[in-house]
Design a protein around this ligand. Structure first.
Ligand code: F0G
Length: 490
C-alpha cells in the first residue's frame, strides 16, 4: 500500500510523479511505514471561517482592484497569502506570553530570548526587531553604501528593496536549475558559486559588503540550500574576506530538507544541522513570523561586537531599546519557545509532508508547479498554466483572481507584479524571470480537509483555464508595488 503523506487517499494517487514518490520515501526517512503522517497536535481553540457567495466575491474582488492584498480577511475562506505571522501558537507559547517581563530595559524575557537564539544559531550578539525587514534595514543601512553590490541566491522582495533603498544593487545568483520550474533538483535553492566568483571579479571585492544566502529560497520556490553549498559559498567568502549572512526565515524547514536529502545527515537532528549551518555564517537576519512560530518578531544577529553596537544605535532610533527592539517582553518569550518548537522532528515531518501533499495533488490535476514542492509553499507556474496570457497581462495575478472567485482562496503572485518595474527610459515594463503563484501554508492552522478543498477548487480552476483572461495595472506605488497595485480585467 502506498502512503499518502497526509493519510487520506485521493483519486489519482496512483499517478504520482516519480519525484513525488521519492519525496514520500524521504518523508518517511527511507523506511516506508504503513501509517499516515498526521497533524502532531490537537485543537484547543478555534476560529470560525465563513463561506461567501460567488456574486459577493465578484464584488469584493472588484472593490479590491483585483489585488488579494486589498481584500478583507473575513471575506477569504482559505488564506494562503502567506506563511508569515499566520501560524498558530502552542499552549506553551501562550503560557510563555503570561510570563513576559515588560520591563523597559533588561527584562527577563530578553535574556530567555537571547539564550534561545544563541543555543540554536550560535551568534553572541542578538538584536530583537519587530520583524525581518527591520533587521534587514538596520543591517544594510549599517554595512552598505551607494554603488555596493549584495549577492544572494535570491533576494526576497523586502531584502531587495532595503538594499536598493540605500543605493546598493541586489544581485540574484541561483543555480540554473533554480530558474527552471519543471526541473527536479534536491537543492534548487543553492547559489551558483561560479557566478558568485565571477561577480566578485567583475565588481571588485571592495564593493561587496557581504554575501547572503536565503534559506529556504522563498522567491525561488521555497527551495532548500544544501550544507555543501553553504560551505562552498563560505570558502569563496574566506578567499575574499567577505562576511556571509543567512536570511534565516525558514531555517528549520531547510534543516529538515538537509536531513532528508543530503548524504551524511540522515541521523543528525534538525537542531544540530541548524547549528552547523550557522557556524559557517557571520550573522543572520530573521523573520520569526516564519520558523519562529510567532505572529510578530524577528532579530539581527552577529558575532561582531563592534558591528552589533553600531547596529544597536539605529535600533534605538527606530525600533526601541536593544533588549526589546520594538516588541513586547511577551513577544520575546513566545519567540524563545517557538524557535525551539520549529525544530521538533514530528512537527517538521508533518510540515514538509503537508506541503508535499498539496504539491502532489495539484500535479495530479495537471497544474504545473515548481518541482519539487518547497517547504512552506507550493508555487504554480502561471506562465505555463495560462500560456495565452502574456507576462505584461500578469498571468499570476489573473490566476489569483480566478482562485478567489471560484472558492474564496487567497494566494500571492510572485512574478511581474512583484518583481517587474517600469523602465524609466523606455517606459516599457520589465518582466520577471518567472510568473509564479504561491500557495503558502500557514503553520499548524489548516487541516487536511481544508487542503483537500483547495485541491477541489484548483481542479475547477484548471478546467476553466482557457477562459481566464489577463489584467491591466491601473495604479501602482513602487517600491513593493504589489501590496497596493490595482488592476482591471483586460
Ligand atoms: N526574507 C524572506 C526570505 C522572507 O520570506 C521575508 C518575508 C522576509 C525576509 C521579511 O520578513 O515580513 O518579517 O519583514 N516574507 C513574507 C512572505 C512576507 O510572505 O513570504 P518580514
Amino acid at each position: 500500500m502506498s502512503n499518502d503523506v497526509f493519510g487520506k487517499k485521493r483519486p489519482g494517487d496512483g499517478n504520482a510523479l516519480k519525484s513525488d514518490k521519492l519525496l514520500v520515501t524521504h518523508v518517511f526517512g527511507g523506511t516506508m511505514s504503513h501509517r499516515s503522517i498526521i497533524e502532531p497536535f490537537r485543537i484547543k481553540s478555534v476560529e470560525p471561517i465563513r463561506m461567501t457567495t460567488r456574486p459577493e466575491r465578484r464584488r469584493f474582488l472588484a472593490d479590491a482592484g483585483y489585488n488579494p492584498f486589498l481584500l478583507r480577511a473575513e471575506d477569504v475562506l482559505i488564506d494562503l497569502l502567506t506563511d508569515s505571522g499566520t501560524g498558530a501558537m502552542s499552549a506553551e507559547q501562550w503560557a510563555a506570553i503570561m510570563r513576559g517581563d515588560e520591563s523597559y530595559a533588561g527584562a527577563k524575557s530578553y535574556y530567555r530570548f537571547a539564550a534561545a537564539v544563541e543555543s540554536i544559531f550560535g551568534f553572541r550578539y542578538v538584536l530583537p526587531t519587530h520583524q525581518g525587514r527591520a533587521a534587514e534595514r538596520i543591517l544594510f543601512s549599517t554595512t552598505c553604501k551607494p554603488g555596493d553590490v549584495v549577492p544572494n541566491n535570491t533576494h526576497f522582495d523586502t531584502t531587495r528593496a532595503n538594499i536598493e533603498y540605500v543605493g546598493a544593487r541586489a544581485v540574484d545568483l541561483p543555480i540554473a536549475e533554480g530558474r527552471e520550474p519543471a526541473t527536479i533538483h534536491p537543492f534548487k535553492g543553492n547559489m551558483d558559486v561560479e557566478a558568485l566568483e565571477a561577480l566578485i571579479a567583475e565588481v571588485g571585492r571592495e564593493r561587496i559588503p557581504l554575501v547572503m544566502l536565503t534559506i529556504t529560497n522563498n522567491s525561488g520556490g521555497g527551495q532548500p540550500v544544501s550544507m555543501a553549498n553553504v560551505k562552498a559559498v563560505r570558502a569563496v567568502c574566506d578567499r575574499f574576506a567577505l562576511p556571509l549572512y543567512i536570511d534565516a526565515c525558514r531555517f528549520a524547514e531547510n534543516a529538515w530538507f538537509i536531513r532528508e536529502r543530503e548524504a551524511g545527515y540522515a541521523q543528525t537532528s534538525p537542531r544540530e544541522i541548524a547549528r552547523e549551518l550557522f557556524s559557517y555564517a557571520d550573522g543572520c537576519t530573521m523573520s520569526a513570523k516564519k520558523d519562529g512560530l510567532v505572529n510578530i518578531g524577528g532579530f539581527l544577529a552577529t558575532n561582531d561586537e563592534a558591528l552589533s553596537r553600531q547596529e544597536s544605535r539605529l535600533l534605538i532610533l527606530t525600533e526601541g531599546f536593544p533588549t526589546y527592539g520594538g516588541l513586547a517582553g511577551r513577544d520575546l518569550d513566545a519567540m524563545a519557545v517557538g524557535l525551539n518548537e520549529a525544530l521538533d522532528e514530528d512537527y517538521l515531518r508533518y510540515r514538509i509532508a503537508s506541503t508535499a501533499y498539496l504539491g502532489r495533488h495539484l500535479t495530479d490535476i495537471g497544474i504545473p508547479i515548481v518541482q519539487p514542492p518547497g517547504g512552506h509553499a507550493v508555487y504554480i507556474d502561471a506562465a505555463a498554466l495560462l500560456p495565452h496570457v502574456p507576462p505584461r497581462a500578469y498571468p499570476g495575478q489573473a490566476l489569483l483572481a480566478e482562485m478567489y472567485l471560484e472558492g474564496g482562496i487567497r494566494a500571492v503572485e510572485i512574478g511581474t507584479v512583484m518583481f517587474g518595474s517600469t523602465d524609466p527610459d523606455s517606459g516599457e515594463e520589465r518582466t520577471a524571470p518567472m510568473e509564479l503563484v504561491r500557495l503558502a501554508i500557514p503553520r499548524r492552522v489548516y487541516t487536511q480537509s481544508h487542503i483537500d478543498y483547495v485541491c477541489e477548487v484548483m481542479a475547477d480552476v484548471f478546467a476553466a483555464r482557457e477562459r481566464i483572461g489577463g489584467l491591466t495595472m491601473v495604479w501602482q506605488a513602487p517600491p513593493l508595488r504589489h501590496f497596493t497595485a490595482r488592476f482591471e480585467p483586460l
